[in-house]
Design a protein around this ligand. Structure first.
Ligand SMILES: [Zn+2]
Length: 427
């Protein structure tokens, strides 16, 4: 790779560690969406000092936005010396709850044996820090670059991205006329390129019955038994049908290369007693039972097809089963996204991985979704991948960490990608 750039990144090792620690020490927990302004102002100061023009944007009126928990985002842009294409690095600033089982302070940013520990180190403040260091080192060594570099820090990825990338995409910030290449430094491992993700459909299904005395259930109608019939139909028909569908997407782990569905929750009849309540239950036939389903689907399937498949099973039960009544309510949906392997950003980053680490990249797709969906579906920008340091399996777990060497290597890959895209004569 470019030796000056590599040396500049190596020289910033301590800066990279300190930057990651600073970011981790801001507890941007989501929910509820804490400290977004704090982290945006921090990034604002840092990037302005390196010649970026910045904009802080609050996603007014998006889910969770309030004066107590405002959804702040930052977009920073630095124009080059000549016209050209724009390379954008997008990171989410929110982290998930801490959970139990930590042996390090989750917001301490402690360094131990070449790793930085804390909630969000891997997912994805380490990736954000690596992209900032890559950009700063690139600007330092190639000040007369063409085009533009953008870095964004966005809210709410962990809860769907509506107050973050979706909001910005709706306002044209990911218009292909403005931005041509997007790298999302999510923790997919430094030698892997993530081309996209599966889609998701979330819905609540309620079966209805009629309340009666539990000693005379024949005088009522049990909603839980109706739900039992729904679950049986899923077992008999839906799960085998989903298991038979394989995607061309390189989804990891292997099990997620099929269509899948989880039943997130089930509830029917009397409410659970409060903790410590010692009374007995009343005897009633439940008149309602609800489940929430989480259906993940493939790029080869359509959202309509996914919905119809479930609704057809329920309609079939309505015909066959006396007094079967149901209601289905959609909670949310996201469409799958996959960038072609032949697209410029994939080719560029693949070349950079080979140059920096001397290995062929592995191509993967994510079983769950991330902000690429909004850049693709709302922004209409297809030339987008996830590439960043960190081990995906550590995300959301106790003792989450990021390897310092991994951050350095992936910063070199990101820097090399900028050399390829923003110094056209070097191609
Ligand atoms: Zn993430």
């Amino acid at each position: 790779m470019d030796t000056k750039l590599a040396a500049a990144i190596d020289a910033k090792r301590d800066d990279l560690i300190a930057l990651t620690q600073d970011l981790v020490r801001m507890p941007t927990l989501n929910p509820p969406g804490r400290d977004y302004l704090l982290i945006c102002e921090y990034l604002d100061g840092r990037l302005k000092a390196h010649g970026f023009q910045t904009e802080l944007i609050r996603a007014h009126g998006t889910p969770g936005d309030s004066d107590k928990y405002p959804r702040w985002n930052i977009i920073a842009r630095r124009e080059g010396a000549h016209s050209g294409e724009c390379v954008h690095f997008n990171s989410h600033t929110d982290v998930v709850e801490v959970g139990a089982g930590w042996s390090f302070d989750p917001f301490g940013g402690e360094v131990s044996e070449g790793k930085i520990y804390g909630r969000g180190t891997c997912d994805m403040k380490g990736g954000l820090a690596a992209s900032i260091i890559a950009a700063e080192a690139f600007i330092e060594t190639h000040p007369a670059y063409s085009g533009a570099i953008e870095i964004s820090g966005t809210a709410d990825e962990e809860t769907g991205g509506y107050g973050g990338v979706a909001y910005l995409a709706e306002r044209g910030y990911f218009d292909p006329k403005r931005v041509q290449h997007v790298i999302i430094p999510e923790p997919l491992n430094k030698d892997r390129i993530c081309l996209g993700h599966r889609g998701g459909w979330w819905a609540e299904i309620e079966t209805r019955g009629e309340i009666a005395h539990g000693a005379m259930p024949f005088l009522g109608d049990c909603a839980v038994r109706h739900m039992g019939a729904v679950l049986q139909a899923f077992e008999d028909k839906l799960f085998p049908a989903m298991a038979s569908r394989y995607t061309e997407m390189p989804v990891v782990p292997e099990g997620a290369r099929q269509s899948t569905m989880n039943i997130n929750s089930i509830h029917g009849g009397e409410a659970e007693p409060e903790e410590g309540f010692t009374g007995l239950q009343a005897h009633c036939v439940p008149d309602s039972c609800r489940i929430v389903i989480d259906r993940r689907f493939l790029v080869e399937e359509t959202l309509e097809g996914v919905r119809d498949e479930v609704t057809d099973l329920l309609e079939d039960l309505r015909k066959r089963r006396p007094d079967f009544e149901y209601e289905i309510t959609e909670r949310n949906s996201v469409l799958p996204s996959m960038t072609e392997k032949t697209s410029p950003i994939v080719q560029t980053v693949a070349g950079a991985i080979k140059e920096v680490m001397g290995i062929e990249p592995t191509y993967v797709a994510s079983p769950g979704s991330y902000d690429q969906k909004h850049i693709d579906r709302i922004g209409k920008l297809k030339n987008c991948i996830a590439y960043g340091p960190g081990i995906l399996d550590l995300a959301h777990k106790p003792d989450e960490y990021i390897g310092i060497e991994d951050m350095i290597d992936s910063a070199k890959v990101m820097g090399t990608a900028m050399v390829k895209l923003l110094l056209p004569s070097d191609k």
